[in-house]
Design a protein around this ligand. Structure first.
Ligand code: HPA
Length: 253
Protein backbone atom coordinates (compact mmCIF):
# COMPACT_ATOMS: atom_id res chain seq x y z
CA UNK A 1 0.00 0.00 0.00
CA UNK A 2 1.09 3.56 -0.68
CA UNK A 3 1.81 5.89 2.22
CA UNK A 4 1.87 9.64 1.73
CA UNK A 5 3.67 11.92 4.15
CA UNK A 6 2.52 15.50 3.73
CA UNK A 7 4.60 18.46 4.81
CA UNK A 8 3.93 22.17 5.09
CA UNK A 9 0.89 23.11 2.99
CA UNK A 10 -0.27 19.51 2.72
CA UNK A 11 -1.87 18.61 6.03
CA UNK A 12 -4.75 16.98 4.24
CA UNK A 13 -5.53 15.63 0.82
CA UNK A 14 -8.66 17.08 -0.73
CA UNK A 15 -8.90 14.17 -3.17
CA UNK A 16 -8.69 11.54 -0.44
CA UNK A 17 -12.00 9.85 0.44
CA UNK A 18 -11.37 9.25 4.10
CA UNK A 19 -12.55 5.89 5.47
CA UNK A 20 -11.19 6.16 9.01
CA UNK A 21 -8.45 7.54 11.23
CA UNK A 22 -6.34 5.61 13.67
CA UNK A 23 -4.11 6.75 16.51
CA UNK A 24 -1.10 4.45 16.26
CA UNK A 25 1.43 3.68 18.96
CA UNK A 26 4.89 2.39 18.22
CA UNK A 27 7.93 1.24 20.25
CA UNK A 28 9.38 4.65 19.32
CA UNK A 29 6.53 6.76 20.61
CA UNK A 30 3.66 8.42 18.85
CA UNK A 31 3.57 9.49 15.23
CA UNK A 32 2.86 13.12 14.32
CA UNK A 33 -0.87 12.43 14.30
CA UNK A 34 -3.48 9.81 13.60
CA UNK A 35 -3.02 7.82 10.42
CA UNK A 36 -5.65 8.81 7.88
CA UNK A 37 -6.90 5.82 5.89
CA UNK A 38 -8.70 6.49 2.67
CA UNK A 39 -9.04 5.96 -1.03
CA UNK A 40 -7.92 7.89 -4.03
CA UNK A 41 -9.59 6.59 -7.19
CA UNK A 42 -10.59 3.42 -5.32
CA UNK A 43 -7.05 2.62 -4.19
CA UNK A 44 -6.32 2.48 -0.50
CA UNK A 45 -3.67 4.85 0.79
CA UNK A 46 -2.59 6.06 4.20
CA UNK A 47 -1.87 9.73 4.73
CA UNK A 48 0.11 11.27 7.57
CA UNK A 49 0.78 14.96 8.20
CA UNK A 50 4.44 15.18 9.19
CA UNK A 51 4.04 18.33 11.28
CA UNK A 52 0.74 17.22 12.82
CA UNK A 53 -2.69 18.12 11.53
CA UNK A 54 -2.50 21.52 13.20
CA UNK A 55 1.05 22.06 11.89
CA UNK A 56 2.51 22.31 15.39
CA UNK A 57 5.55 20.00 15.24
CA UNK A 58 8.75 21.68 14.02
CA UNK A 59 11.13 19.74 11.73
CA UNK A 60 13.68 18.92 14.45
CA UNK A 61 10.95 17.59 16.75
CA UNK A 62 9.17 15.31 14.27
CA UNK A 63 9.22 11.68 15.42
CA UNK A 64 10.43 10.34 12.08
CA UNK A 65 10.95 6.85 13.50
CA UNK A 66 7.40 6.57 14.82
CA UNK A 67 5.91 7.96 11.60
CA UNK A 68 7.56 5.43 9.32
CA UNK A 69 7.15 2.55 11.76
CA UNK A 70 3.42 3.21 12.08
CA UNK A 71 2.99 3.38 8.31
CA UNK A 72 4.80 0.09 7.83
CA UNK A 73 2.91 -1.59 10.65
CA UNK A 74 -0.31 -0.74 8.83
CA UNK A 75 0.70 -2.26 5.52
CA UNK A 76 2.59 0.52 3.77
CA UNK A 77 5.45 -0.65 1.60
CA UNK A 78 5.87 2.45 -0.61
CA UNK A 79 6.13 6.03 0.57
CA UNK A 80 5.92 9.36 -1.18
CA UNK A 81 7.14 12.15 1.02
CA UNK A 82 6.20 15.72 0.16
CA UNK A 83 8.31 18.56 1.51
CA UNK A 84 8.77 22.24 0.79
CA UNK A 85 12.27 23.37 -0.11
CA UNK A 86 14.19 26.53 -0.88
CA UNK A 87 15.68 26.63 -4.37
CA UNK A 88 19.45 27.03 -4.77
CA UNK A 89 19.95 25.79 -8.34
CA UNK A 90 19.01 28.56 -10.80
CA UNK A 91 16.38 26.29 -12.42
CA UNK A 92 14.68 25.52 -9.13
CA UNK A 93 12.46 28.59 -9.12
CA UNK A 94 9.61 29.01 -6.67
CA UNK A 95 6.66 26.94 -7.91
CA UNK A 96 8.88 24.14 -9.28
CA UNK A 97 8.37 20.50 -8.30
CA UNK A 98 11.43 18.27 -8.13
CA UNK A 99 12.20 14.62 -7.37
CA UNK A 100 15.63 14.69 -5.72
CA UNK A 101 18.02 11.84 -6.37
CA UNK A 102 20.64 12.60 -3.73
CA UNK A 103 20.90 13.94 -0.20
CA UNK A 104 23.47 15.75 1.90
CA UNK A 105 22.60 15.53 5.59
CA UNK A 106 23.38 18.56 7.79
CA UNK A 107 20.92 17.62 10.51
CA UNK A 108 22.03 16.64 13.99
CA UNK A 109 20.64 15.43 17.31
CA UNK A 110 17.77 13.56 15.64
CA UNK A 111 16.99 9.90 16.27
CA UNK A 112 18.38 8.59 13.02
CA UNK A 113 18.39 4.80 13.31
CA UNK A 114 16.20 1.97 14.60
CA UNK A 115 19.30 0.01 15.56
CA UNK A 116 20.06 1.47 18.98
CA UNK A 117 20.23 -0.20 22.37
CA UNK A 118 22.43 -2.89 23.84
CA UNK A 119 20.33 -5.67 22.37
CA UNK A 120 20.57 -4.30 18.81
CA UNK A 121 23.34 -5.17 16.38
CA UNK A 122 25.39 -2.38 14.81
CA UNK A 123 24.05 -2.01 11.28
CA UNK A 124 25.55 -0.05 8.39
CA UNK A 125 23.27 -0.02 5.37
CA UNK A 126 24.14 0.98 1.84
CA UNK A 127 22.76 4.46 1.17
CA UNK A 128 24.65 5.30 -2.03
CA UNK A 129 21.33 5.99 -3.72
CA UNK A 130 19.04 7.30 -1.01
CA UNK A 131 15.76 7.15 -2.92
CA UNK A 132 13.88 4.17 -4.33
CA UNK A 133 14.28 4.08 -8.08
CA UNK A 134 10.86 2.51 -8.73
CA UNK A 135 9.03 5.20 -6.77
CA UNK A 136 11.00 8.01 -8.44
CA UNK A 137 10.13 6.54 -11.84
CA UNK A 138 6.46 6.18 -10.92
CA UNK A 139 6.34 9.84 -9.88
CA UNK A 140 8.04 11.00 -13.06
CA UNK A 141 5.67 8.96 -15.19
CA UNK A 142 2.65 10.26 -13.32
CA UNK A 143 3.89 13.78 -13.96
CA UNK A 144 4.29 13.12 -17.69
CA UNK A 145 0.81 11.61 -17.91
CA UNK A 146 -0.83 14.48 -16.09
CA UNK A 147 1.11 17.24 -17.80
CA UNK A 148 2.80 18.39 -14.59
CA UNK A 149 6.35 19.67 -14.81
CA UNK A 150 8.48 17.65 -12.43
CA UNK A 151 12.22 18.06 -12.48
CA UNK A 152 14.13 14.79 -12.48
CA UNK A 153 17.00 14.82 -9.98
CA UNK A 154 18.77 17.20 -7.72
CA UNK A 155 20.65 17.13 -4.46
CA UNK A 156 18.60 17.80 -1.34
CA UNK A 157 20.50 19.52 1.46
CA UNK A 158 18.76 18.54 4.70
CA UNK A 159 19.28 21.24 7.33
CA UNK A 160 18.40 21.25 11.00
CA UNK A 161 16.09 24.27 11.19
CA UNK A 162 13.79 25.53 12.44
CA UNK A 163 15.52 28.74 11.43
CA UNK A 164 16.20 29.50 7.80
CA UNK A 165 19.79 29.72 6.60
CA UNK A 166 22.17 32.65 6.28
CA UNK A 167 23.28 33.67 2.79
CA UNK A 168 26.79 32.39 3.59
CA UNK A 169 25.40 29.00 4.64
CA UNK A 170 23.55 28.73 1.34
CA UNK A 171 26.79 29.54 -0.52
CA UNK A 172 28.52 26.78 1.40
CA UNK A 173 25.71 24.30 0.88
CA UNK A 174 25.78 25.08 -2.84
CA UNK A 175 29.55 24.55 -2.98
CA UNK A 176 28.94 21.18 -1.32
CA UNK A 177 26.73 20.31 -4.29
CA UNK A 178 23.18 20.83 -3.03
CA UNK A 179 20.50 22.17 -5.38
CA UNK A 180 17.77 22.69 -2.81
CA UNK A 181 17.50 22.98 0.93
CA UNK A 182 14.84 21.67 3.29
CA UNK A 183 14.43 20.67 6.92
CA UNK A 184 12.71 17.29 6.86
CA UNK A 185 14.42 15.09 4.26
CA UNK A 186 16.64 13.40 6.84
CA UNK A 187 16.66 11.13 8.74
CA UNK A 188 13.32 10.24 7.11
CA UNK A 189 14.89 8.86 3.91
CA UNK A 190 17.40 6.76 5.82
CA UNK A 191 14.89 5.38 8.31
CA UNK A 192 12.75 4.32 5.35
CA UNK A 193 15.76 2.42 4.04
CA UNK A 194 16.20 0.68 7.39
CA UNK A 195 12.56 -0.42 7.21
CA UNK A 196 13.01 -1.52 3.58
CA UNK A 197 10.32 0.87 2.39
CA UNK A 198 10.42 2.04 -1.23
CA UNK A 199 10.68 5.78 -0.51
CA UNK A 200 10.96 8.86 -2.72
CA UNK A 201 10.44 12.54 -2.10
CA UNK A 202 8.77 15.37 -3.97
CA UNK A 203 10.33 18.74 -3.24
CA UNK A 204 8.06 21.73 -3.73
CA UNK A 205 10.15 24.85 -4.16
CA UNK A 206 8.41 27.66 -2.28
CA UNK A 207 11.16 30.28 -2.11
CA UNK A 208 14.57 31.23 -3.39
CA UNK A 209 17.11 30.09 -0.80
CA UNK A 210 18.55 32.83 1.42
CA UNK A 211 20.53 35.45 -0.48
CA UNK A 212 19.35 34.28 -3.89
CA UNK A 213 16.96 35.84 -6.41
CA UNK A 214 13.98 37.48 -4.74
CA UNK A 215 15.48 36.43 -1.38
CA UNK A 216 18.61 38.61 -1.88
CA UNK A 217 17.33 40.95 0.80
CA UNK A 218 15.71 38.31 2.97
CA UNK A 219 13.06 35.63 2.65
CA UNK A 220 9.52 37.01 2.64
CA UNK A 221 7.07 34.69 4.39
CA UNK A 222 4.16 36.19 2.43
CA UNK A 223 5.85 35.10 -0.79
CA UNK A 224 6.14 31.54 0.50
CA UNK A 225 2.43 31.56 1.34
CA UNK A 226 1.52 32.86 -2.10
CA UNK A 227 3.43 30.03 -3.85
CA UNK A 228 2.39 27.28 -1.45
CA UNK A 229 -1.27 27.04 -2.45
CA UNK A 230 -0.65 26.60 -6.17
CA UNK A 231 2.31 24.27 -5.81
CA UNK A 232 0.40 21.98 -3.43
CA UNK A 233 -2.55 21.95 -5.82
CA UNK A 234 -0.13 20.48 -8.35
CA UNK A 235 1.17 17.98 -5.83
CA UNK A 236 -2.39 16.74 -5.16
CA UNK A 237 -2.93 16.35 -8.87
CA UNK A 238 0.35 14.44 -9.17
CA UNK A 239 -0.54 12.09 -6.32
CA UNK A 240 -3.95 11.43 -7.81
CA UNK A 241 -2.30 10.49 -11.10
CA UNK A 242 0.24 8.30 -9.31
CA UNK A 243 -2.51 6.34 -7.56
CA UNK A 244 -4.61 6.11 -10.72
CA UNK A 245 -1.60 4.73 -12.62
CA UNK A 246 -1.10 2.12 -9.93
CA UNK A 247 -4.75 1.14 -10.06
CA UNK A 248 -4.59 0.85 -13.85
CA UNK A 249 -1.45 -1.26 -13.68
CA UNK A 250 -3.23 -3.51 -11.21
CA UNK A 251 -6.35 -3.85 -13.37
CA UNK A 252 -4.35 -4.66 -16.52
CA UNK A 253 -4.49 -8.36 -17.43
N1 HPA B 1 15.44 26.55 3.80
C1 HPA B 1 15.17 25.44 4.51
N2 HPA B 1 14.01 24.82 4.47
C2 HPA B 1 13.06 25.30 3.66
C3 HPA B 1 13.27 26.46 2.89
C4 HPA B 1 14.52 27.12 2.96
O1 HPA B 1 14.78 28.15 2.31
N3 HPA B 1 12.13 26.69 2.22
C5 HPA B 1 11.25 25.69 2.56
N4 HPA B 1 11.82 24.86 3.44
Amino acid sequence: MLGIIGGTGLTQLANLEITHRKVARTPYGEPSGALTFGRICDREVIFLARHGYGHTIPPHAVNYRANLWALREHGVDRVVSVATVGGIHPELLPGTLVVPDQVIDYTHSRESTYFVGNDKPVVHLDFTFPYCRAMREALLQAATRSGIRLRDGGVYGAVQGPRLETAAEINRIERDGADMVGMTGMPEAYLARELELCYAAVGAVVNYAAGRGASSNGIQMEEIQSVLGEVMRQVRHLLEQLVTDEAAACAAP
